[in-house]
Design a protein around this ligand. Structure first.
Ligand code: R5P
Length: 285
C-alpha cells in the first residue's frame, strides 16, 4: 500500500485503537432536506470536533463545513437518483477525482446495489473508481445499500460486502445484522456499520456496542445522532463506546449525565472536552 493511501486510511480508522467514528450527513444526496438536517451547517458545527471523519457530499462540504477544520472528509461521489424517482439503485459516479483532490478528500464513498436492477452498473463503477482513486492514493469506501427489495441479513450483507472488497474497496460500510461476525469474517477489509433509522438512544448505543463487539472497526452514524434531541450528548456517548470501550450502560449513563448538565458555554479555543471514557486507549506496546 502506498504511503498516501495508508496515511488517508489512518485519518479515518485511527491507528491508536483501530477504531473509527464517522458522522454521516450525506443523506440529502437522494433524500433532500432530511428531517433535522435541513440546515447542515448548524447541525455539523457542534458535532465536528467529536467525530473522526465526516461523510459528506461536495455541495455540503463547500457550503456548510469550515475549510479550517482538521476533521477528515469522506466524500460521497455517487448519486443520480432521488427518493421520488424511478429506481434508487440507478447511481453513477458524479464527482471527478480532480474535484475530490481539490476538496482534500481523505476517502471517496459510493454505494453498490447488489441484487438490484442496476447492480451491474454500480459494481462496475466501484471497480473503476478504485482504479482511478488508487492512482492518487485515495481510499474508497463502498456502501452496501439496502432497499425494500434487498435483504439486510447475514447472507445478503456477506455477499454485498465481499463483492465490494473483491472490487478493491478499502473500507466497506454496511448494516448490523444477526450473526454479524460472519459478515466480518468473510470480508477482508475493515467494516464500518451504518446507524440506520432513528431509534431510541439506548438502542443506538447498543447497536454501536454490538457492531464493535462483532468485529466492526466503528460506526458511521447520522440520524441517530442529529435526529436525537441531544446530538452532542449522543455523539459523545457513541464515541465513548467506539474509542473509550464503554459498555452500553456506561455510555447511556454518560449520555444522560451530559443531557442533565445541559450545553456548555462556548469557548472557541477549547479542545474537545473529553472525559476518561471518550479518550482513546493508549497505543499498544
Ligand atoms: C445514506 O444516505 C448514507 O450512506 C448514510 O451515510 C448512512 O446511511 C449512515 O447514516 P444513518 O446512520 O443515518 O443511516
Amino acid at each position: 500500500m502506498d504511503w498516501g493511501l495508508k496515511n488517508r486510511i489512518s485519518q479515518i480508522i485511527k491507528p491508536y485503537d483501530n477504531r473509527a467514528l464517522m458522522l454521516a450527513v450525506d443523506h440529502g444526496y437522494f433524500l433532500g432536506p432530511t428531517e433535522k438536517l435541513e440546515n447542515p451547517k448548524k447541525v455539523i458545527a457542534p458535532l465536528l470536533k467529536y467525530c473522526d471523519s465526516l461523510m459528506v457530499t461536495r455541495g455540503i462540504q463547500r457550503t456548510s463545513v469550515p475549510a479550517t477544520t482538521d476533521t477528515p472528509m469522506v466524500l460521497r461521489v455517487s448519486g443520480g437518483s432521488s427518493i421520488i424517482g424511478e429506481d434508487l439503485s440507478q447511481e453513477d459516479i458524479t464527482v471527478s477525482i480532480q474535484d475530490a483532490i481539490r476538496l482534500n478528500a481523505s476517502a471517496l464513498a459510493m454505494s453498490i446495489f447488489v441484487g438490484s436492477k442496476y447492480e451491474h452498473q454500480t459494481i462496475v463503477n466501484l471497480g473503476k473508481l478504485v482504479s482511478k482513486a488508487e492512482r492518487y492514493g485515495i481510499p474508497v469506501l463502498a456502501v452496501t445499500a439496502v432497499g425494500k427489495e434487498l435483504g439486510k441479513d447475514e447472507r445478503y450483507l456477506s455477499l454485498a460486502c465481499r463483492i465490494a472488497a473483491e472490487q478493491g474497496a478499502h473500507i466497506v460500510k454496511t448494516y448490523y445484522c444477526d450473526n454479524f461476525e460472519k459478515v466480518v469474517q468473510s470480508c477482508p477489509v475493515p467494516i464500518i456499520v451504518a446507524g440506520g433509522k432513528k431509534i431510541p438512544e439506548r438502542d443506538a448505543l447498543q447497536l454501536t456496542y454490538d457492531s464493535i463487539k462483532g468485529g466492526a472497526v466503528g460506526v458511521d452514524m447520522g440520524r441517530n445522532i442529529w435526529q436525537s434531541e441531544h446530538p452532542v450528548a449522543m455523539i459523545r456517548a457513541v464515541r465513548s463506546i467506539v474509542h473509550g470501550n464503554s459498555n452500553v450502560d456506561q455510555a447511556y449513563d454518560f449520555y444522560k449525565k451530559l443531557v442533565s448538565e445541559g450545553p456548555k458555554k462556548k469557548n472557541k479555543s477549547e479542545k474537545p472536552n473529553q472525559t476518561k471514557s471518550e479518550k482513546p486507549n493508549p497505543p499498544k506496546k
